[in-house]
Structures are given as structure tokens and as C-alpha cells.
Design a protein around this ligand. Structure first.
Ligand code: PLP
Length: 269
């Protein structure tokens, strides 16, 4: 009989995402980030990717019945405080995951609308973008698109400069989700690294100095997992975003000193 007397409170944070064999992004990054930010991490693996710092060589989607079985196993036993959703791959998986989230109703939901890796490998079928917007966004407390993902969600042009980013705010504000954390990391020529939180008809900018490094593999995964963990600990959205931003900045700085693999290296937790 397992020991049932819980002595310590630790938020249980579930990541629903793809595995990155190289260890830098996906489930592996999420588990490291959740552990480092004070949570207990559990996982539902939606796909296996054969991947390293140079790119993705193969993707094997998890069969739907196995995704469902993982979701049921976790939610029927563990008191999940917050969920982070990452790579889903296709519409079928989006529907399976959305149905489970509607059924189990976790208190906090962060959706990272993962579409493509920084190395340019596709992680979401193009036809699935509408499905993501319709099925998952309405359930989320916050979504965390980077600029290409935000542009794809809106069918808009990709902003190339800082002064073009505002053109996305109106469209993002009209999406059917509670809040959007728009990540500015793709503006590579900038010396700052701004992210924008759009919620309650307000825009708040979280702006920090940019760390000049190519080791940015897993930054999006790490930020969204840390954000879910801080929400699970009871911080309000602004405070959770501020803390997650601080965490990813530190992780990028620590990763910039490491040489792991020959391509785009990971952040360090
Ligand atoms: N999920 C998986 C499984 C991935 O392999 C990647 C990128 O390689 C991502 C998500 C997104 O990564 P990032 O955090 O760099 O946006």
C-alpha cells in the first residue's frame, strides 16, 4: 500500500508534448523546467521525434489510444495543478487532448502552439492550425506563440522589425482565448528580448536584454513549462509571466556557456 500522508505541497504540472531525443526541447525541456521551478513533472507524450541540435530526422506520432491512456492514467490518479500543452502534431491529437482537457478541467492551462522548430522542421500539420485555434485556444488561460506562430494563427504577415509587431495585437486580442503571451525572440537583430502579455484589453511588455547566443533550442518549451508551474503555484498571470521570463533568461545565459551538440544548442536548467 503506498504511503498516503502527503507532507509537502508541490504543484503537480503535466506536460502534454513531444519527446526530443536530443534532450533540448519538448518533454525533456519541460520536465527540467518544471523541476527547476518547483513543480513535480508528469507527462503525456504525443509523439517521438528523432532529433538532435541540428534538426529532426524522424517523427513517430503516438497512437491515439495510447495518448488517451496516458491522459486517463495521469488525471485519474494525480492532482494536476497546471497543464502545459506543446507539440501535438495533427488534428486528431488536438481533438483527443482537447476532449480530455474539457473532461478533466485542470485549474491552469498554458498552450504553446508549437508549429515549427527553430531549425525549420515542421511539428504541426498545416491543416491543423484551424483545429488548434478552434478546439484548444478557448480552453487556455494563456497561449504562448512566437512571432511566426502568431502570424500563422492570424493568417497575417510575419513582422520582421520591432515596430511591426504591434500590427498583430488587434488580431491576437480577438482570438478566442483568455490571454496571449507573444514572444519576441525571433527579432534577432534587436538588442532587447521583449515579450508582450495581452490580457483584459491591455498590453504589458516584459523586456530584458538579449543574450547573444545560438543556443536557443527549447526556449519556447522552457518558458511555457515554467509559466504553467508558476501558475500552478498560485501566482497571478502577470507575476507568473515575470517569473517565467526571469527563469528563461537565466537558462539562456547558462546555456550560452555550454557546447552541447554541433548545431543550435539547448538552454541550461
Ligand atoms: N516540441 C518538440 C518535441 C520539439 O522538438 C521542439 C523543437 O525542437 C519544440 C517543441 C519547440 O521548441 P522551442 O522551445 O525551441 O520552440
Amino acid at each position: 500500500m503506498p504511503h498516503q500522508d502527503a507532507k509537502k505541497q508541490k504543484p503537480i504540472v503535466l506536460t502534454i508534448a513531444g519527446s526530443d531525443s536530443g534532450g533540448g526541447a519538448g518533454i525533456q525541456a519541460d520536465i527540467k523546467a518544471i523541476s527547476a521551478t518547483g513543480g513535480y513533472a508528469c507527462s503525456v507524450i504525443t509523439a517521438l521525434t528523432a532529433q538532435n541540435t541540428q534538426g529532426v530526422t524522424a517523427v513517430h506520432p503516438t497512437p491515439q489510444a495510447m495518448i488517451q491512456a496516458q491522459l486517463d492514467a495521469v488525471f485519474s490518479d494525480l492532482s494536476v495543478s497546471a497543464v502545459k500543452v506543446g507539440m501535438l502534431g495533427d488534428s486528431e491529437t488536438i481533438r483527443t487532448v482537447a476532449a480530455a482537457l474539457r473532461r478533466y478541467r485542470p485549474a491552469h492551462l498554458v498552450v504553446d502552439p508549437v508549429m515549427v522548430t527553430a531549425n525549420g522542421d515542421m511539428l504541426l500539420a498545416e491543416e491543423a492550425v484551424n483545429c488548434l485555434r478552434e478546439e484548444l485556444l478557448p480552453l487556455a488561460d494563456v497561449i504562448t506563440p512566437n512571432l511566426p506562430e502568431a502570424a500563422a494563427l492570424l493568417g497575417a504577415a510575419l513582422p520582421k522589425r520591432l515596430d511591426e509587431v504591434e500590427s498583430l495585437f488587434t488580431g491576437l486580442g480577438q482570438l478566442d482565448c483568455a490571454a496571449v503571451l507573444l514572444k519576441g525572440g525571433f527579432l534577432q537583430q534587436e538588442s532587447r528580448s521583449p515579450d508582450w502579455l495581452l490580457s483584459d484589453n491591455q498590453v504589458r511588455c516584459f523586456d530584458t536584454p538579449r543574450v547573444m547566443t545560438g543556443n536557443t533550442h527549447g526556449t519556447g518549451c522552457t518558458l511555457s513549462a515554467a509559466l504553467a508551474c508558476y501558475l500552478g503555484q498560485g501566482f497571478n498571470m502577470e507575476e507568473a509571466v515575470a517569473r517565467a521570463k526571469r527563469y528563461i533568461d537565466q537558462a539562456i545565459l547558462a546555456g550560452s556557456c555550454l557546447r552541447i551538440g554541433q548545431g543550435r544548442g539547448p538552454v541550461e536548467h
